[in-house]
Write a protein that binds this ligand. Structure first.
Ligand SMILES: [Zn+2]
Length: 236
């Protein structure tokens, strides 16, 4: 079994993997992707605050309406001609005005409380807006840097992949298919030498019956890590 060609293929493919890793591990990529999350959180916060502000506004308007109604009743009572009322009416008026004044004071407190909550809400909104624009600027900066790096590395990856493709025609189809299957499963390296009667990938010892098969066929699939173990006479 000709293993040399697939090993050469694997070696070249490793160059592609290294380039891809360089892009994936780029600090600029990490930052700009993190900023997407920050922007999304800020946007959600801002939506929630907007909703809260609108609810507070409604609450405020309703209270203000009640306050004005009470105030109107108070004023109406103050304008009553006290010469034309009976003693009983007077007592009743006293009670009613007491209740109205108490209501007004409660409503005033509530209005004050809502005004404070609206203030807090506005401050939070400002802070969120600031966070949003900071994250946006950071995103733009790092995305630009990442794009520059990608524009340098992607053509190299493309070229290396084209060279790999050219190598494919010279490789045993079965070996290549096994390779591609594992590469898609993110296993790497895929072809590993037998090392001290063990898998060169996961170090799992190979039973002697399988060792015979390996020597006969030239390769063996590791039952543990699924890598393809090949027999290298130089090492064994
Ligand atoms: Zn293994």
């Amino acid at each position: 079994m000709k293993i040399d060609k697939i090993l050469e293929y694997q070696k070249r493919d490793f160059e592609v993997i290294k380039l891809e890793r360089q892009l994936l591990s780029s600090e600029d990529r990490k930052v700009y992707r993190a900023m997407i999350d920050v922007v999304n959180v800020a946007q959600n916060n801002s939506n929630a605050l907007e909703k809260e502000a609108s609810n507070l506004k409604k609450e405020y308007d309703n209270l203000l309406k009640t306050y004005n109604e009470n105030l109107k009743n108070c004023n109406a009572m103050a304008r009553k001609d006290l010469n034309n009322v009976t003693e009983a009416d007077l007592q009743n008026l006293g009670k009613v005005s007491e209740v109205l004044i108490k209501n007004l004071s409660v409503i005033e407190k509530k209005l004050f409380n809502i005004a404070e909550r609206i203030n807090v809400c506005l401050n939070q909104f400002d802070a969120t807006k600031k966070k949003y624009s900071e994250a946006r600027a950071k995103y733009n900066d790092h995305k630009q840097k990442y794009d520059k790096l990608a524009s340098e590395i992607n053509p190299k990856i493309e070229q290396a992949k084209q060279e790999l493709q050219k190598l494919e025609s010279g490789i045993d189809e079965v070996l290549l298919a096994k390779y591609k299957q594992r590469r898609a499963d993110k296993i790497f390296p895929i072809y590993v030498p037998l090392t001290d009667k063990a898998c060169g990938g996961c170090r799992m010892e190979i039973p002697s019956a399988s060792l015979e098969k390996l020597k006969k066929d030239g390769f063996l699939e590791c039952e543990h890590c699924r890598r393809i173990i090949y027999f290298d006479e130089k090492n064994n």
